[in-house]
Design a protein around this ligand. Sequence first.
Ligand code: NAP
Length: 259
Amino acid sequence: MFAPDTLKNRVAFITGGAGDIGFEIAQTYGRLGARVVIASRNQTRLEEALSTLQQQGIEAAAIATDVRDADQVKRAIDQTVGRFGALDILVNNAAGNFHCPTAGLTPNGWKTVIDIDLNGTFYGCLAAYEHLKRSAHGGSIISIITMLGLTGWPGAAHAAAAKAGILSLSRTLAVEWGGDGIRVNTISPGPIGDTEGAKRMYLDTGRGDLERRKTALNRFGAKADVAHAAVYLASDMAGYVTGDNLVVDGGRWLKYVAA
Ligand code: NAP
């Protein structure tokens, strides 16, 4: 277990922070002392998530943001600093995805996912840079990707290419911004059983058992597994860790199951 003051006095901005994994990260950061800002599009979901955070005594804010719009992202990050006085942690977690064999993928479908995942991550990093440079704790950027970005992802070429792009961007920034005290890392979750995404992709399509057997640990992960990895990377415990991709997938990427 992490000490209750692990992220004390840190300010975190989390895109997709009202979604499954993003909200788990927001709650976990908040319980460990961080002030958190959650940003995504759906105002109702944002308000519900904010109220749940506040009921737990977490100092938080919600800012409606479409990460495909660089100006909106910059405004939201500047607003975060205006409200809480600093920015220490950026979590690029927002993503879109849908199953579609590549031969049937429209340029618009491709562009939408690249815009949310890859471009949205770039806009976040760019808008956060000057603030993270001034962080008293050293800035930390964490982007949520997947090992399917490295292995390829039949039926989701758009998401796979976007996630591979985020990995490459993160490693470039780890070097370019290391001298500014900013660490840049990624997390690659495997199938996370308590998310709508995994339910839609695997359970609803009857592929739950196959996906489970693909993991070395023979089970789906939980949102908390990803949130704990995100705490570690944001904390002083990972002070010498940058350019890393922390794989939290139960050994899935190592194991091939034909059917
Ligand atoms: P989720 O519940 O669908 O959350 C995605 C979040 O992104 C939502 O809050 C959504 O909110 C937001 N979002 C989507 N488009 C956006 C946009 N244009 N601007 C701002 N926000 C936007 O998904 P999740 O399962 O928690 O996944 C979170 C991350 O983990 C993603 O990066 C995903 O690729 C990664 N991941 C998940 C799994 C899994 O098993 N679930 C496995 C590997 C990796 P709005 O729609 O309200 O904007």
